[in-house]
Write a protein that binds this ligand. Structure first.
Ligand SMILES: *Cc1c(COP(=O)(O)O)cnc(C)c1O
Length: 372
């Protein structure tokens, strides 16, 4: 069993993907070819955002977004420590200071009630992460940002396709950033990412920063990066878009089925707020501290039955040596506890019901085994 079955996805889409790739090989415009524009138009239409700018990766999207809003050394960015390192890394790379705010225990998203007290005269932006595929409380975050004059950058690397009060993830903030890493909800066959905004000037800044700050060829009005997404990767995403709605629906069905089958008091099930839908990048449960089986025992037992799992994330960023001296943190006990308890189960549109039954049976028996 695969954690995310990308080979099954390729088999299902083989003719469309092969055709798209060969079209690029034939026209030969490997950088900024017609597929780049086509993908940007389709993704803008999908999210409802006015502008989409494809970039080299999700990390690059976050970096360029912070450069575009003009983050300066010493500026603070309020974010969550319970995320992939890239979220905070880009802040530090620009000389900024991540200010870590704890998470809600049930969704594992940033706890909005803790944000405003952390705003200082140096705060420039709030960077919520739509973790596991579900958006944070974006309306409340945007309201704080408006009161305080801050930008909001949604790290939507895991949530492309998710919706929030009828609107799409990536189109809920000043800039939305997503990733096309192969195992993300919408993936390519290498690295890729995209940024979304409704602000014309910011979109222009992002486009320029993506190509070394050029406003016209060899005219550098600002410092930029080599941050383009290549044409072949755009072609792969275009082919995968054809099945994307079906995949989202399928992951949602599988998530509901997991939750129904895993209704056990030793397991904490993922919570999704009623006003939003998750893209289910991960189906992540918690082994409660009351359970007699430790998470590592559960993980080892599942592995011995050929069932891959993953921990997103074992160590919160405020506990990582890399961020120790370059961040500001108050108590983040919910993030620390989540790091000890969470475990992500196999998930993907091509996971079969019988594979899912095997995961459930193995997990339930692993938890029962230690009780005796
Ligand atoms: C995957 C991920 C990123 C980075 O995306 P890449 O395309 O791998 O650079 C950033 N933030 C979060 C929350 C992610 O899951």
């Amino acid at each position: 069993m695969e954690f995310v079955d990308l080979k099954a996805q390729y088999r299902a889409l083989k003719s469309q993907i092969d055709e798209r790739i060969h079209r690029v090989l034939d026209h030969g415009q490997y950088i900024m070819g017609p597929e780049v524009r086509e993908l940007e138009e389709k993704l803008a239409a999908y999210t409802g955002a006015k502008h989409c700018i494809t970039v080299a990766s999700g990390t690059e999207a976050l970096l360029i977004a912070l450069m575009a809003i003009g983050l300066r050394p010493g500026d603070e960015v309020i974010t969550t420590p319970f995320t992939f390192a890239a979220t905070a890394e880009v802040i530090v790379l620009l000389g900024g200071v991540p200010v870590f705010v704890d998470i809600e225990p049930d969704t594992c998203n940033i706890d909005v009630s803790l944000i405003e007290a952390r705003v200082t005269s140096r705060t420039r932006a709030i960077m919520p992460v739509s973790l596991y595929g579900q958006c944070a409380d974006m309306d409340e975050i945007n309201a704080i940002a408006e009161r305080q004059g801050l930008a909001v950058i949604e790290d939507a690397a895991q949530s492309f396709g998710a919706s929030y009060k009828g609107r799409k993830s990536c189109n809920l903030s000043t800039v939305g950033c997503t990733s096309f890493f192969p195992s993300k909800p919408l993936g390519c066959y290498g690295d890729g990412g995209a940024m979304f905004t409704n602000d014309d000037a910011l979109a222009q800044a992002c486009r320029e920063i993506r190509v070394h700050g050029q406003s016209a060829r060899y005219t550098h009005m600002r410092v930029g990066v080599g941050g383009r997404m290549d044409t072949l990767q755009c072609a792969v995403v275009l082919a995968k878009l054809e099945r994307f709605e079906w995949e989202l629906e399928r992951r949602s069905v599988l998530a509901s089925r997991y939750s129904a089958l895993l209704d056990d008091q030793r397991i904490g099930l993922p919570a999704v707020r009623s006003d939003r839908s998750s893209a289910w990048a991960q189906y992540t449960v918690r082994i409660h501290s009351g359970a007699t089986t430790s998470r590592s025992t559960v993980q080892a037992r599942l592995a011995s039955e050929g069932i891959p799992t993953a921990i997103h994330y074992p160590i919160a960023l405020h506990q990582q040596p890399a961020f120790a001296d370059v961040s500001i943190v108050q108590a983040c006990s919910a993030s620390e506890l989540a790091g000890q308890q969470v475990i992500s189960l196999p998930m993907g549109a091509d996971l079969t019901a019988s594979e899912q039954d095997r995961v459930v049976a193995a997990l339930t028996s692993a938890l029962r085994a230690e009780i005796k």
